[in-house]
Write a protein that binds this ligand. Structure first.
Ligand SMILES: Nc1ncnc2c1ncn2[C@@H]1O[C@H](COP(=O)(O)OP(=O)(O)OP(=O)(O)O)[C@@H](O)[C@H]1O
Ligand SMILES: [Mg+2]
Length: 251
């Protein structure tokens, strides 16, 4: 399973979901790779110290001479490796302009390491540009986090259109694994209303698991830990664990 976590809307919980899904899959005993495709590098920094990051995904995507295996690093968590991002990744789009294989770079560069990992999770940036398209071309599945907020569904049309374009040509096998409601506040009527709206649009694609707002989830990256080791008894840990189970059942 190669699952891209994408939504071009910023701050909806993509990175939080990518790091905790990857950690949860690794904790279940399967070798897992987390690929950071966001130049902000938030998911890299959730497991690695910035000083530990030498070569990054940018080098593997931009330079034929740098194999993906040279970029991948082990993390403190057993079974979890990370292909880290640096700000250089922001230059990729201009670097690959006019290159005939620009949409296929990640898929091609991943090929030699596929045998080493059971699961691959890709954290996408908040755009529908070349990086996200590379993730969609390389993936078998897509997970869309949607923040439980008033403007939750704004922009999802553009995302769905991009998915259809990718499915039409480069990757007909791409499947929407599910839509994940994040930062939900069960107490408010507005949040319940938004959940209803999201379910109306996406129906059975919406995961049963809903991620509620939790300070623990916000804090854990600062300590370079996933929610499972940082606060194993928190609601965030329980919810992301149940997401892992749903993901495995659906994949
Ligand atoms: N369930 C949650 N409860 C509370 N805070 C959360 C939750 N999920 C994410 N956050 C916080 O919300 C902010 C945005 O989350 P995150 O970085 O995961 O979103 P993103 O979609 O990756 O953002 P970007 O588009 O910038 O990459 C972060 O500060 C994060 O810690
Ligand atoms: Mg992010």
């Amino acid at each position: 399973m190669i699952v891209a976590i994408a939504n071009q809307k910023g701050g909806v919980g993509k990175t939080t979901t990518a790091i905790n899904l990857a950690a949860g899959l690794a904790l279940r005993g399967k070798p897992t790779l987390l690929i950071d495709l966001d130049p902000q590098g938030n998911s890299s920094m959730s497991f690695l110290d910035i000083t530990q990051i030498g070569r990054s995904v940018y080098d593997a995507l931009a330079e034929q001479a740098v194999p993906m295996s040279e970029v991948i690093q082990r993390t403190g968590l057993t079974n979890l490796s990370v292909a880290p991002a640096r700000i250089a990744l922001a230059k990729l789009e201009s670097k690959l302009v006019g290159e005939i294989d620009s949409h296929y770079r990640l898929k091609d560069r991943l090929e030699p390491v596929l045998g080493h990992f059971r699961h691959i999770v890709i954290d996408c940036p908040p755009t529908l540009g070349l990086l996200t398209v590379n993730a969609l071309v390389a993936s078998t599945h897509l997970l869309i986090p949607i923040q439980s907020s008033y403007f939750a569904l704004e922009g999802t049309d553009d995302l769905l259109e991009t998915i259809e374009k990718v499915r039409a040509r480069p990757n007909p096998n791409l499947r929407i694994l599910g839509v994940l409601i994040t930062m939900h506040d069960k107490r408010t009527a507005l949040a319940r209303d938004i959940r209803g709206q999201i379910q109306k649009v996406f129906g059975g694609k919406v995961f049963k698991t809903v991620i509620t707002k939790s300070v623990r989830l916000e804090e854990s990256p600062a300590y370079k830990e996933s929610i499972f080791t940082f606060a194993p008894d928190s609601t965030g840990a329980t919810e992301y664990y149940s997401l892992c189970e749903e993901v495995i059942d659906r994949a």
